[in-house]
Design a protein around this ligand. Sequence first.
Ligand SMILES: NC(=O)C1=CN([C@@H]2O[C@H](COP(=O)(O)OP(=O)(O)OC[C@H]3O[C@@H](n4cnc5c(N)ncnc54)[C@H](OP(=O)(O)O)[C@@H]3O)[C@@H](O)[C@H]2O)[C@@H](O)CC1
Ligand SMILES: Nc1ncnc2c1ncn2[C@@H]1O[C@H](COP(=O)(O)OP(=O)(O)O)[C@@H](O)[C@H]1O
Length: 285
Amino acid sequence: MDRQPRLVTMGPARIASLRKPGGAHKYDHGHAVILSGGAGATGAARLAARAALRIGAGLVTLGVPPAAQLEVAAHETAVMLMRIQDAQTLNARLEDARISALCLGPGLGVDRAGPLLARALVDARCPLVIDADALTAIGKDGALMAALHSGCLLTPHMGEFARMFPDIEVPDAVTPRAAALRRAAERAGCTILLKGAETLIAGPDGTCYRHSATGDRAAPWLATAGAGDVLAGIITGLIARGHAPIDAAATGAWLHAEAARLFGPGLVAEDLPEVLPRVLSRLGV
Ligand SMILES: NC(=O)C1=CN([C@@H]2O[C@H](COP(=O)(O)OP(=O)(O)OC[C@H]3O[C@@H](n4cnc5c(N)ncnc54)[C@H](OP(=O)(O)O)[C@@H]3O)[C@@H](O)[C@H]2O)[C@@H](O)CC1
Ligand SMILES: Nc1ncnc2c1ncn2[C@@H]1O[C@H](COP(=O)(O)OP(=O)(O)O)[C@@H](O)[C@H]1O
């Protein structure tokens, strides 16, 4: 196997995978569900939901605890809501076989994330995008780590990675960093996207991609609160549309940086989903 990670580029196949064929209906483009935190902590999941919708998931639903329903409803229009109080309600909701991607973590709170993730790992019939507080929950509970499977995609920043894999050192240089990430992905049995200006993605089979937001593709304004929540949403939307987790991660990393570059200085996280249509149209999607 090639030990150098493959550079993510936006070639014809990746562009074609973003198009929507004529004649399809919304369910053909998948249903993404994103679990939200409680009242006062819904922003991160809302950012992710907006991004999933903008990248073309046919339906996007936020799973909100009842106390946060009014807050979320006051902000969202095209994004739908379902009440998800706890792991038991999640279990019932996951019986809908049309749900094609589930995202857990942004703004969820570590205490809410643990039981919801434990339930989703067993009951969800769709891929899981596991981010933010759900990653921290994995770092605290070996049973969650042991329950990860090939339908999972973890999207840690360096701090979250260290919480989950405290014994795996992450070197600065790309090649040894990719080797460290491959070890982590093999151990977890799932795909991992390690965020940063150099984003690396490794599958459990050793496949590895690199997305470089450096040099003439630098995107320093991505260092802003909520940018990672938007990335999780873009990837969830792509998975909902049928992309394999590792392809969704690679395409998502490219689109995320491109949106930031197109918007330019002054970017805040909520700008990212809104600039995606321009990114897509410049690609000829
Ligand atoms: N609009 C909203 O509603 C938003 C809501 N959000 C939601 O808030 C929740 C908690 O988010 P959070 O930022 O407190 O947790 P987290 O990122 O783990 O930071 C904790 C510590 O980790 C470290 N650390 C962080 N980044 C690192 C890195 N790249 N590389 C290395 N280390 C890094 C750093 O530790 P230090 O380095 O300072 O010791 C930091 O102090 C979560 O649910 C999220 O989704 C946010 O997304 C913002 C927008
Ligand atoms: N200097 C940078 N250059 C390019 N991309 C960056 C830079 N800083 C952060 N990013 C990207 O922005 C996102 C930040 O995510 P994260 O740290 O999870 O923030 P949050 O939790 O606030 O959403 C990641 O996708 C990361 O790759």
